[in-house]
Design a protein. Structure first.
Length: 436
């Protein structure tokens, strides 16, 4: 295989902490599959038989068993991040790559565990090859992620993440990139503006956290202790470095093309090229770093790293997502003849549904018990949830092993792991946890 595949699944899920009390972010269910299943399945469908996964040391075996139980056949090399109270040992999306330092021998495809997309990886790979890119990032129209979505468990309004990108529309060369929340000032060289006079600024394209990257750049990331996050640290840095003075690059090579050893290593010292390409680049004073974007203009591209998008992904599971991933609906459920389950809903194995219950645009996990005359819309019930007779759920997420024992109404709520709700009431925009 031309590339090595790496799935990043070591995040704590800070923006999903209401759901991850007992379930790690990468294993949170989306359409009754663990979140990480979607990027791993995408890679497997693209022909990858060996996939590297970086996750927490404590859940390595759980991640593998969940993927195997859901039909993943590829060889999985799972490495673990050990928990540490030492800040110097803290891992981000970039420096966690050092856990694979001795195993990386090719250019890489790096993808986050929270990405769900119908992207054709082969097309993106071809774009990478044709442009001889050092770094290629997936950008997608952010309008789908910028919907006015409710935030389950909160009365606040969803503030979508936005990235600011300067892009040459003719070549998709990325001239500048940064998350808007990280921007203090914007600097773009006059020489860059003159070279790309038709460039555009946009905040309508969002980083998909899927990257094609040269091996020598991965080596640089691993060796550089100052690069913690791919998005916050590396992307702005590498976009800027591609326009560093070409004279600076030439000074960092001796006349024979060998690296100078009596100086501090820079990113240019990591460049791997054959002698002919070296001579061509030196004569043209060309900077060897080039950053491009592959723009996904249609289909779907969701980063399920926050509650509104996590809920939206589950709502889209039957209409958009399931057909792409070629999944089949389970029929091993028990439901009363007079219950109604819409074709836009997914029901897990072993679940029972009571008489006159209505379920629309919802995902119900495994081994749930739903009483009579319930109404469930736009909601997510994880595994082993029990719902009493007459309960109404709208836009609500109920985590595993929780019980709603009395007739109640929940709108845009989150019920955390293993809660036992015994009181009757109406709940709206609440996060319910630690119920005695």
């Amino acid at each position: 295989m031309e590339f090595q595949a790496i799935v990043l699944a070591g995040g704590q899920g800070s923006r999903l902490d209401e759901l991850s009390t007992n379930t790690p972010k990468c294993l949170l269910p989306i359409g009754n599959k663990p979140m990480i299943w979607y990027p791993v399945r995408m890679l497997e469908k693209a022909g990858f038989t060996d996939i590297n996964i970086i996750t927490l040391e404590t859940i390595k075996s759980k991640v593998e068993s969940e993927l195997r139980n859901n039909g993943i056949k590829s060889n999985l090399n799972i490495v673990g991040i050990k928990e540490s109270i030492d800040d110097d040992e803290e891992y981000g999306t970039a420096n966690s790559l050092k856990l694979l330092k001795d195993k990386i021998s090719k250019d890489c495809i790096i993808v986050s565990c929270d990405l769900i997309t119908n992207l054709c990886l082969q097309k993106m790979a071809n774009f990478y090859r044709v442009n001889n890119a050092s770094f290629l990032m997936l950008l997608s129209d952010s309008s789908e992620q910028n919907l006015e979505l409710p935030i389950p468990g909160s009365k606040g309004k969803y503030a979508p993440e936005r990235d600011l990108v300067a892009l040459d529309p003719e070549t998709n060369r990325v001239l500048y990139f940064n998350a808007q929340e990280d921007i203090e000032e914007i600097n773009l060289k006059t020489s860059v503006i003159q070279k790309y006079p038709k460039f555009v600024w946009t905040n309508r394209l969002q980083d998909g956290h899927l990257y094609f990257i040269k091996k020598w750049l991965v080596d640089y990331i691993i060796d550089n202790k100052k690069i913690f996050s791919l998005k916050s640290d590396f992307l702005p840095f590498i976009c800027k470095k591609q326009f560093a003075s070409s004279g600076k690059f030439r000074r960092e090579q001796d006349t024979s093309g060998n690296q100078v050893t009596n100086k501090k290593m820079t990113i240019f010292d990591y460049v791997k090229r054959d002698d002919i390409e070296l001579l061509i680049n030196k004569s043209s004073r060309k900077n060897p770093i080039s950053c491009y974007a592959f723009i996904q203009a249609d289909g779907f591209c969701l980063r399920t790293n926050n509650l509104p998008i996590y809920a939206e992904a589950n709502r889209q599971i039957m209409g958009k997502i399931m057909p792409v991933f070629q999944r089949e609906r389970t029929e091993s459920i028990s439901r009363h003849d007079r219950s109604q389950v819409g074709s836009d809903s997914l029901i897990g194995e072993g679940t029972t549904i009571g008489d006159k219950t209505l379920i629309k645009r919802s995902v119900i996990g495994k081994n749930c018990k739903i009483g009579e005359k319930c109404k469930i819309t736009n909601s997510i019930l994880m595994d082993n949830v029990q719902v009493a007779e007459g309960v109404v759920l709208q836009g609500t997420i109920i985590c595993s092993n929780s019980k709603i024992n009395q007739k109640s109404e929940f709108k845009d709520c989150v019920v955390s792991y293993e809660q036992d709700i015994i009181t009757t009431g109406k709940y709206s925009n609440e996060t319910i946890k630690d119920v005695d």
